[in-house]
Design a protein. Sequence first.
Length: 266
Amino acid sequence: MSYTVAKGNQRVDPDQVAEAGKIPEGVVDLRSDTVTRPTPEMRRTMAEAEVGDDVYGEDPTVNRLERRAAEIFGKEAALFVPTGCMGNLIAIKVWTHHGDEVICEERSHVNLYELASMSAIAGCMPRVARGEDGILTWKQIEAVIRPKIYYDSQTALVCLENTSNMAGGTVYPTAQVEDICDHAHALGLKVHLDGARVFNAATALGDDVAHMTRKVDSVMFCLSKGLGAPVGSMIAGAKAFIEGGGDRCGGPDRTGKVAGATAHRS
Ligand SMILES: Cc1ncc(COP(=O)(O)O)c(C=O)c1O
């Protein structure tokens, strides 16, 4: 028997999966940046975390984490969510209506890997464009915007991915993101950034994420990718975006507080 265990449709025997979990001493596991294990300090931090009800805004640990994330991104507010997929879905759901189209690169995570949640839950169609090395230009985006005709589905959102996972970790020049945002906004479109690994992009550019994302309407980033936390993601944007998104998709996470503590620590 075989099944898919990783991106790229790698098929392996389940027995080999168990084997793969046993990493020999001294070997660094680079299959994914999600295979990190909590360190003893992280486990201690989780056990000792101050907790409360996040839905009532009474979890001091999550509140601190969200305030810090908003500050780092220079946005009004942020929300802790269990996964990057949920963060992207919340953004898509907030920025669109059923029947809208979302423009994304053809190898993007929202198109290939999120169980078609953009369609299944948000009721949207992905409209893909091919960018060189996964990086889209405004010209490529503009070419797939739907005309304003009453029988056509309508474009509502552009979703960029930085770094681009399936293109091998390629990075958007910030000026290109800003050019896309300026043009998209002029047409009344929103721009969401799937920034699962946006801090890697920031390191590559020698820039800070607040500057890199100042024109996008929303950004999702993963605490569990390259930042060392074992779980968790965040979305950031205007207060109205965060307030609109969180409850609708079950974003505020009453169970996430302990994980949030590790994220805050790491
Ligand atoms: C670019 C990108 N976006 C979103 C996600 C989803 O994150 P999560 O696995 O936390 O749902 C991933 C996961 O690998 C990703 O690579």
